[in-house]
Design a protein around this ligand. Structure first.
Ligand SMILES: [Zn+2]
Length: 301
């Protein structure tokens, strides 16, 4: 079961499944039971997230779909990573604010995540989980979540303890929350957030054979995908993300309608490339990083 190549482990799992079936048991690891467990846990988390103000109604529904599909198709290990990402990010966002007002009047949406935000952060990993529970796509799954986590941690930690952000190209100081702005603390947080998901991957080996092999690789993939995904996020945020302007307040914003109630106009970037699109590109980059590392290590076997 603990063989270096997870394929053998999965064969073992299948053998156990079929022998259990012959004995009249329903295996805890059948896709149907996993979907049920995923649905139950995701319902609880979605409800708590909505009650605590972390999710809107649509966001809670998105979390429900993502959790059920991930557990059912991807297995318990991948589901555990998803839970870890969501719980850690939600806890971080509840830390005391430093410049709450200037930040929330700038960002496109409030503190609650809606379905689009859930899809932007969890869509890539959920899609990869649909490919199945095997060894082959585990790092691209982990990379997608590591990028989402790294980016979220950079935002939450950077805006509280990062000091004044600087633009990724010009290094000129920018307002907190402005896309393309980076801080040293935030950049270190991308390593920590990605590494955290890698660490969770190792722990997930306790319940999922796919995460038992090559522990160091899990940790490295997490950290690298966390940094790379967030770097791509900042680059895209600094270039093609739409930039909006409120004429009444003479302020930059991401909101189509400013907190003052006035319509804002697009003054730069590509219309429609909002924060959700940028986050989706970030997680796809993280997934691609994991995929490349997986391919490389499979070739070495
Ligand atoms: Zn305004």
């Amino acid at each position: 079961m603990t063989d270096e190549t997870g394929d053998i482990s999965l064969k073992d799992t299948n053998l156990i499944t079929s022998s259990n079936r012959q004995a009249g048991f329903v295996s805890l690891n059948s896709a149907l039971i996993r979907s049920g467990v995923g649905l139950a846990i995701a319902s609880g988390i979605g409800y708590l997230g909505w009650r605590k103000g972390a999710l809107t109604h649509s966001g809670a529904f998105g979390a429900l779909v993502s959790g059920t599909v991930t557990a059912g198709r991807g297995g318990y290990g991948r589901a555990a990573l998803l839970v870890g990402f969501f719980v850690a990010s939600s806890l971080l966002s509840r830390l005391p604010e430093r410049q709450e007002l200037s930040f929330s009047s700038f960002t496109a949406k409030g503190g609650r995540r809606d379905a689009w935000q859930v899809a932007a952060n969890g869509g890539a990993s959920t899609l990869v989980a649909c490919f199945g529970e095997g060894q082959r796509y585990r790092l691209s799954y982990l990379g997608a979540l590591a990028a989402a986590t790294g980016d979220t941690w950079a935002t939450e930690i950077g805006r509280r303890w990062g000091g004044t952000p600087r633009h990724i190209f010009t290094l000129q100081p920018v307002d907190p929350g402005v896309s393309g702005g980076i801080t040293l603390t935030g950049t270190l947080a991308t390593v920590a957030g990605g590494g955290f998901i890698g660490l969770l991957g190792i722990v997930s080996g306790l319940i999922d054979p796919a995460f038992r092999a090559r522990k160091r690789e899990l940790l490295l993939t997490g950290a690298i995908s966390g940094v790379f995904g967030s770097l791509v996020d900042s680059l895209v945020g600094a270039t093609i993300q739409e930039k909006r302007w409120c004429d009444d307040c003479q302020k930059r914003t991401e909101r189509p309608i400013h907190t003052c109630g006035s319509d804002t106009s697009v003054v730069g970037g590509i219309r429609g490339v909002d924060n959700d699109v940028v986050n989706l590109i970030c997680t796809i980059s993280g997934s691609a990083t994991g995929w490349a590392i997986e391919r490389r290590s499979n070739r070495q076997d």
